[in-house]
Write a protein that binds this ligand. Sequence first.
Ligand code: HGY
Ligand code: MN
Ligand code: MN
Ligand code: MN
Length: 403
Amino acid sequence: MSSADFLTDFHHVATIGATPRQGVDRQAATAEDAQSRAWFSKWITDAGYTLHVDGIGNMFGLIEWTPGAPYVLVGSHLDSQPLGGRFDGAYGVLAARNVDELMRASGTAPSFNLAVVNWFNEEGGRFAPSVMGSSVFAGLFDQEKMLDVTDLAGVTARAALAEIGYLGTDPRPVTVSYAEIHIEQGRILEREEIAIGVVDRSWYTQKLDIEVLGEQSHTGATAMADRHDALVAAAKIILMVREVTTDFADEAIVSSVGQLTLEPNSPIVVARRVRLVADLRSGDPQIVQTARATLLEKIAALAVEHDIQITVTDFDVRPIRYFPENGLQLAEAAAVRAGLSTRRIQTMAGHDSVAMNTIVPSIMLFIPSVDGVSHCEREFTTDTDMVAGLALLTEVTTDLVNG
Ligand code: HGY
Ligand code: MN
Ligand code: MN
Ligand code: MN
């Protein structure tokens, strides 16, 4: 495998579930996800790896150089957001698969074996919460509960995985360490013209599940004074979620409502029910807590003003997690060998490595995102930056495997 082979493979995978504007739509356990999984399975087995699929659809390609030795796990995710980017996740899976052929022969049998992983449902667009497969692997989420999670059409993750033939029963590899490379999805590396971000910690993130219950009525016959319009109140909440960030320094907290469901969603009916999901993230947990308290206060006042019922439930709460110092230094030393500039960086996006880091020492690496955009079809990273990252991941993995 050469970096040219890697690029050929990467640009081929970008055609699976491709969208009209150079994005991909491979939501977890959809037919498009199944296509990328089928490609991954063939690619892994053709290369002589053993394929395991576990009980939550995580896919592992195992190479056993040293019988009985535990595994260094390297990978990311092939699933995407709706109309998402073709680099998010897929880059890390493709890079991982190429590492074994590029690793420098150390002459002695490696201390550990290598496993390449494609995690189930990292994105959480169809089945919430995100980072699902790796969080089950790490014991952070209960597998059966996650398999019972439903999408907006009421389909369970279990049924969806069974439908595409990836509800597995294979054992999970005994893992000693984890490495992942990923696009930054922000604009720091690009702005500072740095080749590699070495992730030292994650942000504090949490979501608010907000249900607004008004009263369904006729948009024509109902007097305005008699309307209890759930959508009007929901609209005010959406603005509040954005405006609360102005209580703090610029970019100290980020928040948006990204998902809204509306009932009955008829042009001649005043809305009865709206469900909103708000995503709050900050480098400082206290800021999120303060913003949350402000929102709850304002929402309570809104419910009285509009004489409607509003319920707010916290979910998907993720504390800041720190990556181990020796892993950071291993990555930085490898980058020096590879001739790549680095800086330490806090990730604002969720990643499988953040889950894995709760059970084994993990290393998370970023390469630049053009314009810092992601989770959209415009997401872009250059071949040069991807190949540089592949070289670094190879160096890091060689070190990890040789122990
Ligand atoms: O949760 C996240 O931030 C990730 O992109 N799924
Ligand atoms: Mn990702
Ligand atoms: Mn993502
Ligand atoms: Mn992610």
